[in-house]
Design a binder for this molecule. Structure first.
Ligand SMILES: CC(C)(COP(=O)(O)OP(=O)(O)OC[C@H]1O[C@@H](n2cnc3c(N)ncnc32)[C@H](O)[C@@H]1OP(=O)(O)O)[C@@H](O)C(=O)NCCC(=O)NCCS
Length: 330
């Protein structure tokens, strides 16, 4: 078969049962439901159960996506996992997930670290590998246990993040102009320090002092990230629309990274596209990094917000600062 297109065959998502509300958080750090809601739009987030790992959540989402696609784990020959919170620093979460899913051993398995843009980087990579003709069925997962890298004493970050996983199965089609139309990826590497885990990498391995200082947790300069996020997402959306000669009005639904409702509202204003064309679930899950776009995509599909023929725009930004956009025709 001549591969003309790469198409999404199924989607799935999983979020842990435990709900952590703003009210509960306000008993843990000096904050309030009102502050969190007005600054971010977040009302609650999900937190993994004790012992529940990133790979466990990924496996739930992957099974749901495989069922939706009518495929078995053994049909997959390419597994791409977007995550900044793998179960272990080494090896890749993909290998742990491969084993838990019972996938075959001659499947390519690797992780992508592009933070909150990771899922868009993941689908772009998988689609390029499928189009090469050397792979046939890909599973792309975004999964995060951010509760493990958040400093629960630091109110400026801990109120924003949550745990979860989302997945898609991608295959090939000989039909032209459907599925992943194209994507636009990039990064502002000069802004690494705006959102990072300062210590614990090979450049400065963890020490008792760095751990006491909490430098193994995520640190963020929120205001600067906010400004760059709006710029990056607006540019990534505009660039891809221009590249494929589309007007924003032709987009039926935008699935933005769910970091902050105010960021999504700013993109809506800049693109002159009303908020009802944006899928929003940040109120229920907070920012789940690489899991955010695939969870939203799955919920949008399953709630009937995506119909055959629709064009969906995915757009995200994250630590790095990375950004990415992708157009999908259904
Ligand atoms: C973090 C963020 C919500 C803060 O919103 P903001 O409008 O910049 O914040 P404001 O200027 O209104 O408030 C800052 C003040 O609130 C305080 N504050 C911070 N976190 C708080 C909290 N959880 N509860 C109450 N007060 C808080 C700060 O200490 C600061 O106080 P100061 O003015 O006395 O120094 C916002 O900048 C943001 O969302 N940034 C992007 C973050 C992001 O998306 N990161 C992920 C990228 S993938």
């Amino acid at each position: 078969m001549v591969t003309q297109s790469t198409v999404i065959l199924g989607t799935g998502s999983y979020t842990p049962e435990r709900i952590l509300t703003n009210e509960e958080l306000s008993k843990m750090v000096e904050t309030s439901d009102e502050w969190i809601r007005t600054r971010s739009g977040i009302k609650e987030r999900r937190i993994a159960a004790p012992g529940e790992s990133t790979s466990d959540m990924a496996v739930h989402a992957a099974r749901a996506a495989l069922t939706d696609a009518g495929l078995l784990a053994s049909d997959i020959d390419l597994l791409v996992v977007a995550t900044i919170t793998p179960d272990l620093p080494l090896p890749a979460a993909a290998c742990i997930i491969q084993h838990k899913l019972g996938m075959r051993t001659n499947a390519a398995c690797f992780d992508i670290n592009a933070a909150c843009s990771g899922f868009i980087y993941g689908i772009d990579t998988a689609c390029a590998m499928l189009t090469s003709g050397r792979y046939h069925k890909a599973l792309v997962i975004g999964a995060e246990k951010l509760s493990a890298i958040v400093d629960w004493k630091e109110r400026t970050t801990c109120v924003l993040f949550g745990d979860g996983a989302g997945a898609v199965v991608i295959g090939c089609s000989d039909q032209p102009n459907i599925g992943l139309i194209g994507s636009r990826l990039g990064a502002y590497g000069e802004s690494v320090d705006l959102l990072c885990i300062p210590k614990g990498g090979s450049d400065s391995p963890a020490t008792p002092e760095s751990i006491a200082a909490g430098d193994h947790f995520m640190r963020m300069k929120g205001k600067e990230v906010f400004k760059l996020a709006v710029r990056a997402m607006d540019e990534a959306a505009r660039d891809i629309l221009e590249q494929y000669s589309l007007h924003a009005d032709q987009i039926s639904l935008v699935i933005p990274h769910q970091a902050n409702l105010r960021i999504i509202e700013a993109i809506s204003k800049y693109l002159e596209l009303p908020m009802d064309r944006f899928f929003v679930n940040v109120d229920r899950y907070g920012n789940t990094s690489a899991a955010s776009v695939p969870i939203a995509l799955d919920e949008a599909r399953k709630s009937g917000r995506i119909k055959p023929g629709d064009i969906t725009l995915l757009v995200a930004f994250g630590a790095g600062l990375t950004y990415g956009s992708a157009l999908i025709r259904w």
